[in-house]
Design a protein around this ligand. Sequence first.
Ligand SMILES: [Fe+2]
Length: 341
Amino acid sequence: MRPTLLLLPFLVACGSLGTDPDAAAAREVNVYSHRHYDTDAQLFEAFTAATGIRVNLVMADDDEVLTRMEQEGANSPCDLLITSDAGRLGQARMRGLLQPIKSAELESNIPAFLRDPEGHWFGLTMRARVFVYNKNKVRPEQLDDYKDLTRPEWKGRVLVRSSENLYNQSLLAAMVAHYGSEAALAWAEGITANMARTPKGSDTDQLLAVAEGIGDVAIANSYYVGKLMSGTEPEKAKARETLAVAFPRMGPFGTHVNVSGAGVARSAKHLPEAIALLEFLVSEEAQRLFAEGNKEYPVRPGSLAEVLQRFGTLDPDTLDLAQLGLNNATAVKLFDRAGWR
Ligand SMILES: [Fe+2]
């Protein structure tokens, strides 16, 4: 019920998606996206200006976009799927919705761990899952490792959103990959025991709750922190004064990162155009827009937003992100066993 209601307005707003043979003369590409940032509109305009290829966009929430592709099957007008989280991109691959692409351009510009080994999807930007703490109550040395927050000294002080959230599932999936299920379960239990409240709200809500003193440290994605810290809203001024970022490590590995990424649909009727758009999205111009507009880490070096530079240096865990999709089901079960709502 809900997917239809949410998608229809966008379909109407976007007009009909081009699948008829007459449209071949006017080059176009149909994009299904669950990203909802202003930056993306700018990116598509720049692509059209550079190539003359029109972008038809359908936006949807989270997994609805996958469900829609599944229901449409081979007749789906979707050429390119853009979504966040490698776990979701992995699910799209496992559900047979994507096709493998070979592209020297993509392979040379995107580090191997940030794309599917067979080219079903490609990471376009990185986001790190970081700790955000109250500068007045916490010293950064206390926050070296994700495991640090499971210590008894953090009882009642940790803020994090629900385990239904894919960012948390992917964080735990990475722990399953590195440490195995038992250690990952112990971490989830330790965090659950230390929560300042029953999980609710978004990543940004956790940041604001730290500023309000509901807890002392939050787990959140870096771009939410970047947006908050570079913003100008008066009601968030206290948060900007109070908060600081720490990059926890996962044992000997770096900080957990995830991607926003894209894959060419199995049903693609505009294959060259879909590949052209994908390649454009890792161009220097597009990567700069992602970085500046949405405070994400570019997958190709350079053009880091000023606010992210202030946070310090990100040393990403280079775990093959395909592992996040493969271990997602295990992560969901472990959260359940840990009692993390
Ligand atoms: Fe997000």
